[in-house]
Design a protein. Structure first.
Length: 109
């Protein structure tokens, strides 16, 4: 799976889980409502089926990838979904900025 799609899918799925558990902020819940609308969900999707559905929708549309990334990045600082996608920029389905990546321990390339 494309890393952009995987990252965005993870962000959406985490946000949906937090909303369903009632632990998302009001802004997080609003973001989830807006993402559901973008993805075309008229009702709450089953969490067990959410990741593959989101991945398939995102894979079909680079424009949708950018819109979802922007919404997730606008989530309040410190929320899980924002932390997952907060440092990426997506253009035409490609990560163009990875932001700062901190590595600790041994790292060989």
């Amino acid at each position: 799976m494309d890393p952009v799609i995987a990252t965005l899918t993870a962000g959406v799925t985490v946000l949906a889980c937090e909303v369903s558990k009632g632990i998302a902020s009001a802004a997080g819940s609003d973001t989830w409502t807006r993402i559901k609308s973008l993805l075309g969900f008229s009702k709450e999707p089953e969490l067990a089926e959410l990741a593959p559905q989101v991945a398939n929708l995102l894979a079909a549309s680079p424009e949708l990838q950018m819109q979802v990334a922007e919404l997730l990045q606008q989530s309040p600082q410190g929320e899980s979904a924002q932390q997952i996608v907060g440092s990426i920029k997506v253009e035409n389905g490609k990560v163009v900025i990875a932001g700062q990546i901190n590595v600790s321990g041994d790292f060989n390339m």
